[in-house]
Design a protein around this ligand. Structure first.
Ligand code: SAM
Length: 273
């Protein structure tokens, strides 16, 4: 049997289509989400409805965002889900989640088995709407979940860890083998829960500076920060901040990165790149 065909639909690689087929895993994910009737749930990439059906079962209304026109059309005519669904046939990367929350009159609970090819940029897009989001549950590549939860002094700690933990509390939920999908992806997967902080623990004055510092530091992660961030900070400035210039990107905490961004916001870079 062609393992790219699931429920009569030919899985499209370019849309990252790997459909969940394992009832136990599906049930575990729905339990982790724990959808409640009066909440505003939003699914990214409902596909053939593996999560949409059991979540929709517990709700009166559910918003879904699906890029694939055929799959969106299929959902529209779904026998019992159809009337409950508000379907946006569009790229989730272009979705205005703040407008959606306003429309729903409450913050959103976003979930999805994400297309792996766009999962990182999509999470960055969602991070810019954390004020409008109550929580997020995503199926991702296991390696990406490892990076999201990683702390300093580990190999997995990187720009994604810093940015995700700046905005959210990150909680790994469960690991999922390739056999739980049709067709099976080449990598292991995992589900993660991201809960936006009610109050940012380390607010920065200018997010672009935090992004700039973490990019510069982690793009040259083997170098000491005295070298990788030499264009932005003098050794004296780092010492003044209590940060050892001989450390590498992976040794610096989220709090310290935020402190560095705020220092830059207040003191123009010593040597502009
Ligand atoms: N939720 C289904 C499941 O668990 O079986 C499908 C998951 S599949 C990994 C990813 C889904 O996201 C597909 O239905 C795909 O068409 C959709 N998709 C891909 N790119 C998208 C995008 N940019 N915006 C919204 N949906 C997208």
């Amino acid at each position: 049997m062609n393992n790219r065909v699931h429920q009569g639909h030919f899985a499209r690689k370019r849309f990252g289509q790997n459909f969940l087929n394992d009832p136990f895993i599906i049930d575990s994910i729905v339990s982790a989400i724990h959808p409640q009737k009066d909440e505003a749930l939003v699914e990214i990439g409902p596909g053939l409805g593996a999560l949409t059906e059991p979540v929709g079962d517990r709700l009166d209304k559910l918003t879904v965002i699906e890029l694939d026109r055929d799959l969106a059309a299929r959902l529209k005519t779904h026998p019992f889900l159809g009337p409950k669904l508000t379907i946006y046939q569009q790229d989730a990367m272009t979705m205005d989640f703040a407008a959606l929350a306003k429309e729903q009159g409450q913050s959103l609970r976003v979930f999805g088995n994400l297309p792996y090819n766009i999962s990182t940029p999509l999470m960055f897009h969602l991070f810019s709407y954390t004020d409008a989001i109550k929580d997020m549950h995503f199926m991702l590549q296991k390696e990406v979940v490892k990076r999201l939860v990683a702390g300093p002094d580990t190999k997995a700690y990187g720009r994604l860890s810093v940015m995700a933990q700046y905005y959210c509390q990150v909680i790994p939920v469960l690991e999922v083998p390739p056999t739980a999908f049709t067709p099976p992806p080449k990598v292991d997967s995992a589900v993660v829960r991201l809960v936006p902080h009610a109050t940012l623990p380390h607010p920065v004055k200018d997010l672009r500076l935090l992004e700039r510092i973490t990019s510069a530091a982690f793009n040259q992660r083997r170098k000491t920060i005295r070298n990788s961030l030499g264009n932005l900070f003098t050794v004296e400035a780092l010492t003044e901040l209590g940060i050892d210039p001989a450390m590498r990107a992976e040794n610096i905490s989220v709090a310290a990165y935020c402190q560095m961004a705020n220092y830059l916001a207040e003191n123009s870079p010593s040597k502009e790149s």
